[in-house]
Write a protein that binds this ligand. Structure first.
Ligand code: URA
Length: 230
């Protein structure tokens, strides 16, 4: 359970944000090809938030993230640490399916990121697990690839929230290369202790400094000389 005393309000806000996202038209070419927006699913109070890449064909049809083959593996990996999909929240970097399952573009990611930031703000997870390169690069704000950083948990402030971030391989990587499953299992094995460690101290939002009054040289009275202003 997340730690805020305002959980009911956050739940209501998350539902409202989901309703707004469902009619999002920031990427007209994705609007034209999507069946529906796949906002996310699970417990809005979850301690554990997964962030994948983008909906595929099954997700686009059903409106739920990770319901295809990758999703089945995700459920198995969760079961391996005593959790089910209902215990966690699952979201993606992109809420709309890119046609032909192509990679998300930088522009699409930029358009869609504010929805993910609102999800982080309202769910208040302790642990965020990024699945694969796109989520990892976005939330670490770094170009390091997933094979380099997987399994290395770190404390990160992501937009409004300081979390324990754990990058892991995308489950699809184990569908293509079965030996990757052992790496995923090992990294999922880190999750229970990360949750048990509790939320890291939240970074206080730094107040924007008041803009300094421009230093204007007052013209000498009646001098008629404006040149000192410029
Ligand atoms: N792959 C993803 O990254 N997300 C999904 O929702 C499904 C497959």
């Amino acid at each position: 359970m997340a730690d805020s005393a305002t959980a009911p309000a956050r739940r209501a806000d998350l539902a409202e944000v989901g309703a707004q996202a469902s009619i999002c038209e920031r990427c007209p070419h994705l609007v034209a090809t999507r069946t529906q927006v796949v906002f996310g699913a699970g417990d809005p109070d979850a301690d554990l938030l997964f962030v994948g890449e983008a909906p595929g064909a099954d997700e686009d049809t059903q409106g739920v993230p990770f319901v295809g083959r990758s999703g089945r593996l995700l459920s198995e990996l969760l079961a391996g640490i005593g959790l089910s999909r209902d215990d966690v929240f699952i979201a993606n970097v992109l809420k709309c399916r890119p046609p032909e399952n192509r990679n998300p573009s930088a522009e699409e990611i930029a358009h869609c990121a504010p929805w993910l930031m609102r999800q982080l703000e309202l769910i208040e997870p302790i642990v965020v697990v990024t699945l694969g390169n796109f989520a990892t690069r976005l939330l670490r704000e770094d170009t390091a690839g997933i094979t380099k950083v997987r399994g290395a948990a770190e404390i990160r402030t992501i937009g409004p929230r300081t979390v324990r971030l754990l990058p892991v391989l995308h489950p699809a990587a184990a569908l293509y290369t079965p030996s990757n499953r052992a790496l995923l299992e090992a990294d999922f094995g880190l999750i229970p202790d990360l949750i048990a460690a509790g939320p890291p101290p939240q970074e206080q939002a730094v107040a924007e400094p008041e803009p300094e009054a421009p230093s204007v040289v007052e013209p000498a009275e009646d001098s008629g000389d404006q040149l000192g202003l410029f």
